[in-house]
Design a protein around this ligand. Structure first.
Ligand code: ADP
Ligand code: MG
Length: 259
């Protein structure tokens, strides 16, 4: 059975997509079978996995509307080692079209059930909003991974997200939990970032992942080559951090299953 995680944060530019594609590549690298689902109409995770969003025969849009299965709509990102259920601008329209459909927030969950046995991990890159698309992600998942920068306003938006997770847990998906906060784009030379990082740890305890992702230009360059940093430059500090994060995720999943 696949473990399904949403990478979510309603702020834009905080590192969701970078986390999704690099965690996917990191997990693939250590032998896990991974499906990456792009739920953002911007399609950055699709492009960043080397899949051209303009050339998709089917996308997650078709899956949400029920006109294609996950099997039919997903493609192999050969260089990256994982499967991609891509997205493009068409997905922006789904928000409106879903409203009238039955079980509108569970469309993705129901579709993913068919491929559950084929993967160890399914990672869902969410758009920067708490929209019906994000809700479909949250209803499908066992847990939420929240990438965040250790900046002054970082904690502010977190309250809304934590409340949304609680509401979804209570009303729609009892499996859902906040797995953890991932500190990304971290620069240890900046005192403020160290302070916020300490605050996070004292406030959220073991909900803060041990792995810290450093600010690393190679991670930012990789998308223009259609590759996750982990594949583009495996030796880069940021890439190594994401492989370490993949290992931490595998250990957390094993620990959760055991106990
Ligand atoms: P989101 O999906 O939350 O909007 P992205 O993953 O697209 O955020 O990241 C926003 C920008 O920051 C992108 O240009 C990305 O390349 C860059 N970026 C993300 N993580 C890092 C990092 N660890 N080091 C350097 N640049 C990063
Ligand atoms: Mg993104």
């Amino acid at each position: 059975m696949a473990k399904i995680f949403c990478i979510a944060n309603q702020k834009g530019g905080v590192g969701k997509t970078t986390t999704t594609v690099n965690l996917a590549a990191g997990l693939a690298k250590i032998g896990q079978r991974v499906l990456m689902v792009d739920l953002d109409p911007q399609g950055n995770a699709t492009m960043g996995s080397g899949v051209d969003k303009r050339q998709l025969a089917h996308s997650v849009y078709d899956v949400l509307l029920g006109s294609a299965t996950v099997q039919q709509a997903s493609v192999r990102a050969e260089a990256c080692g994982y499967q991609v259920l891509g997205a493009n601008r068409e997905l922006a329209g789904a928000e409106v079209e879903l409203v009238d459909l039955e079980q509108r927030e569970k469309r993705l969950k129901n579709a993913l059930a068919a491929v559950d046995a084929q993967y160890d991990f399914i990672l869902i890159d969410c758009p920067p909003s708490l929209s019906l698309l994000t809700l479909n992600g949250l209803c499908s998942a066992h847990g939420v991974i929240v990438p965040m920068q250790c900046e002054y306003f970082a904690l502010e938006g977190l309250t809304d997200l934590v409340n949304t997770i609680k509401q979804v847990h209570a009303n729609l998906n009892p499996d859902l939990e906040l797995i953890g906060l991932l500190r990304v784009m971290f620069d240890p030379r900046i005192t403020l970032q160290q302070q916020v990082s300490e605050q996070l740890k004292s406030h959220f305890g073991d909900k803060v992942f041990d792995t810290v992702i450093p600010r690393n230009v190679r991670l930012a360059e990789a998308p223009s080559y259609g590759l996750p940093g982990v594949v583009f430059d495996p030796a880069a500090k940021g890439s190594q951090a994401f492989v370490a994060f993949a290992r931490e995720m595998v250990l957390r999943v094993q620990a959760a299953l055991a106990g």
